[in-house]
Design a protein around this ligand. Structure first.
Ligand code: ACO
Length: 334
């Protein structure tokens, strides 16, 4: 009998500390008005110095496991999507999370797909489950993006925030609970649009790397913006057409929260109503791989997300990578 991957639960963690636009006005040559007009972001959360990506991921994971109704011993795979891992490059953040949440002897690994990381991980969870290899996969998207942001660079420091989200993806025999469709793609010829040049094999850690600030994220913002709108719109149209679903049938459109103008342009191109579009960018900024699960958690905790409702996920990030998914929420409603 066929098995399907189902989205059982969601959890998230947002650090308490807020970095507001007025705080940034004191740090770089910018204004609240410019940031709100160009990005829609009003504030973002920043993790304390002693808090790592795995700390936030573990907190989100505990919530997701508890809400799934499963015992942690039921989890048989842990995937963490992050581009701000605890360590470059071992142990993986997934391994550190597994220890922090008390799960041992279970396969655990990270994936690197920037903002698309969470949806990329869902494709992996689906493949493991539907091939029969695993039953309950913990997928975490966690980022301490503030650890790779140059807070003297106004073009990037206004955009990013820290946080984590997690979901439990479980096997089901009920097709109506299963993922409807999911796909992910990449085009490495745009690798230089979004890059953290060091440390790595190209620029191993040394004093020169620090002097040239190569350890911070660099972005071709305007070029990325235009490509994001084009790619996201095409990707969503493709997945809806392939599955013969109309945009008005989507209960929750949950795009990657990078920039309100990107979300609005894609939403408008698809004819989405305001009540369908989930927005958290104003309060969290861009949290990369954590952005989509944090947004799902937001509608879950506010009681907007009900069992069986169809979610359309759509994301875009460094690599360049992109991905979209049509998934019913198969968890218990709050
Ligand atoms: N405050 C004031 N002025 C600024 C700021 C700022 N914080 N930042 C840039 N400017 C200036 C620029 O210097 C430029 O000035 P100039 O015209 O004198 O040269 C002007 O504003 C316009 O700059 P642009 O970069 O063209 O502005 P744009 O409208 O493109 O907005 C932004 C910039 C917000 C970065 C936008 O391009 C964007 O959101 N890009 C996409 C980011 C994204 O989606 N990334 C993908 C995912 S991230 C990931 O994968 C990790």
């Amino acid at each position: 009998m066929a098995v399907y991957a189902s989205f059982r639960s969601i959890g998230a963690y947002a650090p308490e500390k807020i970095l507001s636009n007025s705080d940034l006005e004191k740090m770089v040559d910018t204004t609240d008005e410019w940031i709100v007009k160009r990005t829609g972001i009003k504030e973002r959360r920043i993790a304390e110095k002693h808090v790592s990506t795995s700390d936030m991921g573990a907190m989100a994971a505990k919530v997701a496991i508890e809400r799934s109704g499963l015992d942690k011993s039921d989890i048989d795979l842990i995937i963490c999507a992050t581009v701000t891992p605890d360590y470059f490059n071992m142990p993986s953040t997934a391994c550190v999370i597994s220890d922090k949440i008390g799960i041992s002897n279970v396969q655990a690994f990270d994936i690197s797909a920037a903002c698309s990381g969470f949806v990329y991980s869902l494709t992996i969870a689906k493949a493991f489950i539907e091939s029969g290899m695993k039953k309950n996969v913990l997928v975490v998207g966690a980022e301490k993006f503030s650890s790779i942001v140059d807070y003297t660079d106004r073009s990037t420091c206004i955009l990013f925030g820290d946080g984590a989200g997690a979901a439990v993806i479980s096997a089901t025999k009920d097709k109506s609970e299963g993922f409807v469709d999911i796909h992910a793609s990449a085009d490495g010829s745009y690798a230089d649009f979004l890059v953290t040049p060091a440390p790595g094999s190209v620029h191993p850690a040394n004093q020169k790397m620090l002097d040239e600030k190569l350890n911070f994220v660099q972005m071709k913002g305007n070029e990325t913006f235009k490509l994001a709108v084009k790619t996201l719109t095409k990707d969503v149209i493709d997945i809806l057409e392939t599955n013969n679903i109309k945009s008005e049938d989507i209960k929750h459109f949950i795009p990657h929260q990078a920039n309100y103008r990107i979300i609005k342009a894609v939403g408008d191109a698809l004819g989405m109503r305001e009540d369908q579009v989930v927005l958290t960018v104003q309060k969290y900024g861009n949290t990369s791989a954590a952005s989509i699960p944090m947004a799902i958690n937001d509608i879950y905790e506010s009681g907007r997300l009900k069992e069986g409702e169809l979610m359309l996920l759509d994301t875009f990030g460094g690599g360049l990578t992109w991905a979209s998914a049509l998934i019913p929420f198969a968890g218990k409603t709050k």
